[in-house]
Design a binder for this molecule. Structure first.
Ligand SMILES: *Cc1c(COP(=O)(O)O)cnc(C)c1O
Length: 233
């Protein structure tokens, strides 16, 4: 059963061991942290191999790529849109995605609502928060997140399920621990408001370089590309 993609199985097993270790260290349950394998730029053949190895959830950051791959791969899995979403592209993914992690504006919310209503669906979304206030990153300002969420609570075809952030690139993941801790605090503060139609169930945070720290700080979805598929070129 040896083939040229066996490194995927090895990487997947390794990453699962590391997730489990971080979960145990944090005194949490393994089933509370979902692995999203980020397959951007990776060939569909290799992504299929990951699904055969036990990956259940895939993350893409571009609409076109997600749609193309979803067509080619045609295996049972959940697709997550994790990158910035332009309003004019919502229509292409509304039938394909399990969750949109990158809701970052009212215009986008309105478009998702419109398209989801048309498709008679309710779309699960996470609100992306720019915790570290980086100019290069999308996301709602932390101090505006509560108001933003209150404003979309009445959109019946959108189901807010939690928050997402991307930490700044750091050589030492300890340097961005505060980012994950802040997102978690924000999630708790918002959930205390008990807003109708708003669930604060998920924290999508942590990537290859920082997922262990993110899990210690309460992450429930880690988005991991490089550690599974190798370096992207
Ligand atoms: C690319 C990407 C990831 C995965 O990054 P790795 O460092 O390869 O694990 C996670 N989240 C988002 C939003 C991404 O664009």
């Amino acid at each position: 059963m040896n083939d040229e993609f066996d490194y995927i199985r090895y990487n997947f097993e390794k990453i699962n061991e590391r997730i489990t270790a971080a979960v145990l260290k944090a005194g949490r349950n393994r089933e509370d942290v979902k692995l999203i394998a980020v397959s951007k730029t990776i060939d569909a053949k290799i992504v299929k191999k990951a699904l055969e190895c036990g990956v259940t959830d895939l993350g893409e950051n571009r609409v076109q790529e997600l749609c193309d791959k979803a067509d080619i791969i045609d295996m049972k899995c959940n697709w997550h849109l994790i990158g910035h979403l332009q309003t004019n592209k919502v229509k292409y993914i509304i039938d394909k995605v399990t969750m949109i992690h990158s809701l970052d504006s009212m215009e986008l919310a309105a478009e998702i609502q419109k398209r989801a209503e048309k498709a008679a669906k309710q779309i699960k979304v996470l609100v992306q928060v720019n915790i570290a206030a980086e100019d290069t990153k999308f996301g709602i300002k932390p101090e505006e997140a509560l108001g933003f969420i209150k404003n979309i609570a009445n959109m019946g075809n959108i189901k807010v399920k939690g928050l997402m952030t991307i930490a700044p690139l750091a050589e030492n993941p300890e340097d961005v621990r505060w980012v994950f801790a802040s997102l978690r605090k924000l999630l708790i503060d918002i959930s205390k408001e008990n807003i109708d139609n708003i669930d604060m169930d998920y924290l999508s945070m942590g990537m290859t370089n920082d997922f262990e720290v993110a899990i210690e700080e309460g992450s429930s979805m880690v988005r991991i590309g490089t550690a599974i598929f190798g370096k992207r070129y």
